[in-house]
Write a protein that binds this ligand. Structure first.
Ligand code: NAP
Length: 252
């Protein structure tokens, strides 16, 4: 796919990876539909995308809410007249142990702690992809879906909810690549390891050092390196059903 003038929806575009992917796509001439829960951040990122030289619009939407997603996708299709790509990037963390012994008692991960992560990180990806691919099929013009999974999809201590969601996202990527090829829609994923974001910038140097010491490349990845992978997936018409591991060699 030639990215220039293509309409790409990016969820969770307000900060972190989503923000950088939006700017890097705008630099390549893509028209961006920026989705997030925070209007202030969306206004700022829309300006940055426009400064990069491309049309950008923003949509306040909750990816975990069916009618909110339906409304956002319909509005995007009306505003731009087409949708060529979707990056399912919005995600949250609610880390905790499944059970924890404290003062002679056993504390349990609550159902809401489990459900909130499943709702955003798994159901959100399902809802956005269902609505966007329905539009793509209607327009009969193909398209590309990119899911952001995680190194944690292999299972990680303290991340029962997050790992389950990210493993589900990886599995849906393969299912959708097989199902949607008949509509000329490709689907692929990126599984980042530790990426430097505003969140990690606020961490103590000792904690950062501990984290990076176990990465073979001895540093965190950058948001730009993740955006580079997203651009690769969009541009390479034979890439589908696979997951790019962006973890500096960390995964066993
Ligand atoms: P981030 O900085 O927390 O940004 C996530 C964005 O998603 C925020 O702007 C957030 O908005 C938005 N969001 C959250 N819930 C939403 C919802 N229900 N509907 C719409 N937008 C929502 O995260 P990040 O570090 O850039 O990570 C982006 C993606 O990469 C996530 O899927 C994450 O799991 C994955 N990932 C990140 C890393 C890493 O090292 N950073 C590693 C592996 C995987 P508000 O802040 O306004 O709520």
């Amino acid at each position: 796919m030639n990215i220039e003038n293509k309409v790409i929806i990016i969820t969770g575009a307000g900060q972190g990876l989503g923000r950088t992917m939006a700017i890097e796509l705008a630099k390549k001439g893509a028209k961006t539909a920026l989705v997030d829960l925070n209007e202030e951040k969306l206004i700022e990122i829309r300006e940055l995308c426009e400064k990069a030289g491309s049309e950008a619009r923003y949509y306040l939407a909750n990816v975990a809410d069916e009618s909110s997603v339906e409304g956002m996708v319909n509005q995007t299709a009306n505003d731009f007249g087409q949708i060529d790509g979707l990056i399912n990037n919005a995600g949250i963390l609610r880390d905790g142990l499944l059970i924890k012994a404290k003062d002679g008692e056993i504390n349990k991960m609550s159902l809401s702690q489990w459900q909130s992560v499943i709702d955003v990180n798994l159901t959100g990806v399902f809802l956005c992809t269902r609505e966007v691919t329905a539009k793509m099929a209607e327009h009969n013009n193909g398209g590309v879906i990119i899911n952001i999974s995680s190194i944690s999809r292999a299972g990680n201590i303290g991340q029962t909810n997050y790992s389950a969601a990210k493993a589900g996202v990886a599995a849906m990527t393969v299912s959708w690549a097989k199902e949607l090829a008949r509509f000329n829609i490709r689907c692929a994923a990126i599984a980042p390891g530790f990426i430097a974001t505003d969140m990690t910038a606020g961490m103590k140097p000792e904690a950062l050092e501990r984290m990076t010491s176990v990465i073979p490349l001895k540093r965190m990845g950058t948001c730009e390196e993740i955006a580079h992978s997203a651009i690769y997936i969009l541009e390479n018409d034979y890439y589908s059903g696979r997951i790019i591991e962006m973890d500096g060699g960390l995964r066993l």
